[in-house]
Design a protein around this ligand. Structure first.
Ligand SMILES: [Zn+2]
Length: 411
């Protein structure tokens, strides 16, 4: 399996998968999946951004139905996140070939090179390049953790496949993915159709107090920036809880200056992130924590600066594609359960350009991005079956004129 391409020790007893874009492990994985693609009747190649694409023509001249997900992982990740959607896409092609069933539409299976953003600091990098949201010049000049530019990494990336292009005329994009949360596993459900991919708002808050001697400064005289930050951490959680699921709020990074056990903290910088599927609610959370931050600053005698919000609105999945997935789930003998995605995916980048949909299968214990990530093989197979049936339903429908992806307009 793909776990063999990029497995390494990750501390403790756990071994995980660290398959970073354009690494040797990535090239090996691309080679393995490309061979599977060829067996399944797909012509495999790599595009200019390093994405693996296996394609076969349809019987008509209709646009392409694209199945995909990503081949990269976080450091010490699991074997399912991303890889499942790519491998399931190849299985769909193989099943169609074995059954001798042709499609009117062309079919393509895509393994995006970089979704996690670990190496170059930009999430969903590869799909954003394909859709033109990251211009070629920026793609080329991004610098990775190893000091090389993306252009240099791409040039050195040699999986031994012919160069090909991302489908220009796409009818739909479908992504099977593990849920990466506890909803399905906890409810005993085995498959779901995704309604919306969460919106995300992030900022950095700086609290400035006064660094002073921790032994001689009375408690009443302190302007402790970390105590203010502690209030703010609690406020982020309280605001998200008050809104209810699926709203979540996280302070995931905190830096304390000067950071010594005998000094009252003078300055703290902390990240704040909110996620929810309602754009209005997302903005109200941002406003709410801004008010809280200034109240905290006042009560703790520190100053406070809330940085600009990096706000990405929720992305709804296409209603027609959702209906097709729901029907496929029903035909597979399951209730078409609908749920949002709390994680970002390539589908949210493709969705503004191509009607897109996602299928979720359970993550055991709601665990992901770690070696213990697990999905029962029966559930993975059910997801692939739903993916196959959705492709057939979409192929039978008269899909509307394809939308040309902007990066190809420019070329
Ligand atoms: Zn993923």
């Amino acid at each position: 399996m793909l776990a063999a391409q990029g497995g390494e020790a990750c501390g403790g007893n756990a071994r995980g998968v660290s398959r970073f874009p354009f690494s040797t492990a990535h090239a090996q994985a691309v080679g393995v999946v490309a061979a599977w693609m060829e067996e399944a009747g797909l012509s495999a190649g790599c595009d200019e951004f390093g994405n693996l694409i296996g394609a076969r023509p349809g019987s008509g001249d209709g646009p392409t139905i694209i199945l995909g997900s990503h081949l990269d992982t976080v450091p010490c990740g699991g074997i399912f996140d991303g890889a499942l959607g790519v491998v399931a896409g190849v299985e769909v092609a193989a099943a169609l070939r074995e059954s001798g069933r042709g499609l009117r539409h062309a079919l393509a299976v895509v393994g995006f090179a970089d979704e996690e953003g670990h190496q170059f600091g930009v999430g969903t990098l590869a799909s954003r390049c394909v859709t033109g949201r990251i211009p070629r010049e920026r793609f080329a000049s991004l610098r990775g953790r190893d000091g090389r530019t993306l252009a240099e990494s791409r040039a050195a990336f040699a999986p031994g496949l012919p160069r090909c292009a991302f489908p220009e005329r796409a009818a739909a994009y479908l992504e099977l993915h593990i849920e990466q949360g506890p909803v399905l596993a906890r409810s005993g459900r085995r498959v779901a159709v995704v309604s919306t991919i969460t919106g995300i708002a992030r900022t950095v808050v700086v609290l400035e107090g006064e660094a002073n001697h921790a032994g001689t400064t009375p408690m009443t005289d302190r302007r402790d920036a970390l105590v203010g930050a502690a209030d703010l951490v609690l406020a982020v959680g309280a605001l998200a809880r008050a809104e209810g699921a699926p709203a979540v709020g996280t302070v995931g990074a905190l830096s304390v200056s000067p950071g010594a056990s005998n000094v009252v903290p003078g300055r703290v910088e902390l990240s704040i992130e909110f996620r929810t599927t309602d754009g209005v609610q997302l903005r109200s959370l941002c406003t709410g924590i801004g008010v809280e931050a200034h109240q905290v600053a006042q009560s703790r005698g520190v100053s406070c600066h809330v940085g600009d919000w990096d706000l990405r609105d929720p992305v709804p999945m296409d209603e027609g594609v959702q209906r097709a997935i729901a029907r496929a789930i029903h035909e597979a003998g399951h209730e078409p359960f609908v749920m949002p995605s709390g994680a970002g995916h390539d589908a949210m980048v493709l969705a503004p350009h191509v009607p897109s949909g996602m299928i979720f299968v359970p993550s055991a214990g709601g665990i992901s991005h770690c070696p213990r990530e697990w999905t029962d093989w029966e559930d993975a197979a059910l997801g692939a079956t739903v993916l196959l049936r959705t492709v057939m339903l979409l192929d039978e429908a008269n899909l509307r004129a394809a939308r040309v992806l902007p990066s190809h307009d420019a070329s």
